[in-house]
Ligand binder design. Structure first.
Ligand code: GLU
Length: 323
């Protein structure tokens, strides 16, 4: 496995903590350097973990190496270090785990749930109803269920049983996969495993008990729970944080040309990140050092203050001076 060589380092925050079974994680895709949106997600998951004396693991989600930016993983890890965020254990890279994902796919194949699909994007778009995440696959290739593996994408058959979970911020979330999403791809025709399968496998392998991530992934969770159940994994708790948007209301990302988060004054960025998450640090915290920042933030972290509704950037900017 392609792994980071650094070992786990003792956390400055773990001092006299009682033992905890909490295992959280941050799972960035290395499509570019850390931007403010990913910093917010990292900080939210870190504080949830550290305020409960839990572990915090890192996984680099680089399944599709063509989308990876050279050096981005290193830059992201380097930035996390500058921000004083200490992770536990070795960093896991999805690019080195195809065998593990294939083993999971084989288990699902044995349950008679996987079929090969040869539809093009256009065919799917032309013959589908549009659901919450684009076209709902109409099941055109379901007739291949039970056939030998053929070239093409590998899809999993879904059903209409209710999948329900309680999100830490959003409360009860319900989906019926066949109706809301459709049969979904677990391995693309080019052999690349899909995020939904990899994340279910990796969260289980890393023993993750609490997933804290951006709300853009809220509607993926039911697919992951479906896979966890079929693969005999336990289901972690979920909390989906508000995502940072730009002036056009788009999520910050490489596609929306998000700027790298400046690392020259890490404490001010961290203070902005926790303010975005509804926390109310004293003005002097901006002048403090990283260790004092994390001490304050860990002791005073209140997830119930995280806003569910994101203020448009203009309102947010005018609110920031008031804290
Ligand atoms: N790799 C995903 C991202 O960077 C996050 C996946 C997850 O947290 O499940 O948006």
């Amino acid at each position: 496995m392609d792994e980071d060589v650094r070992d786990s380092r003792p956390s400055a925050l773990a001092d006299s903590a009682p033992p905890s079974t909490y295992r959280g994680r941050f799972a960035p895709s290395p499509t570019g350097p850390l931007h403010f949106g990913s910093l917010v997600t990292a900080v939210g998951s870190y504080l949830e973990a550290k305020s409960r004396h839990g572990k915090w693991l890192i996984r680099i989600e680089n399944l599709d190496r063509s989308r990876e930016t050279t050096g981005a993983s290193k830059e992201i890890l380097g930035a996390l270090e500058v921000f004083g965020m200490e992770w536990d254990g070795k960093v896991i890279y999805q690019s080195g785990r195809n065998k593990v994902y294939q083993a999971a796919l084989t288990l699902l194949e044995k349950q008679g749930l996987i079929y090969s699909c040869f539809c093009s994007r256009k065919e799917i778009a032309d013959s589908s109803i549009v659901g919450i995440e684009g076209p709902i696959y109409p099941g055109t290739c379901r007739g291949n269920l039970g056939n030998e593996e053929q070239p093409g994408a590998r899809r999993i058959r879904t059903d209409n049983r209710l999948i329900e979970f309680k999100d830490g911020l959003r409360g009860r979330v319900r989906q019926r996969l066949e109706r809301d999403i459709g049969d979904f791809v677990l391995r693309r025709a080019d052999g690349i495993f899909a995020y939904q399968l990899a994340v279910a496998v990796d969260d289980a392998d890393q023993g993750i008990t609490h997933v804290v991530r951006g709300e853009d992934l809220l509607s993926s969770t039911s697919r992951q729970i479906y896979l966890q159940k079929l693969l005999g994994y336990s289901t972690p708790s979920y909390m989906h944080l508000p995502v940072v948007v730009n002036a056009q209301g788009e999520k910050l990302s490489k596609q929306t040309h998000a700027a790298p988060v400046p690392t020259s004054d890490p404490v001010s960025q961290l203070v902005m990140a926790i303010r975005f998450l509804g926390q109310t640090p004293p003005a002097e915290l901006t002048e403090s050092d990283i260790t004092s920042f994390w001490q304050w933030a860990t002791r005073n972290w209140k997830s119930e203050k995280i806003p569910q509704k994101i203020l448009p950037p203009r309102e947010r900017a005018s609110n920031q001076g008031k804290m």
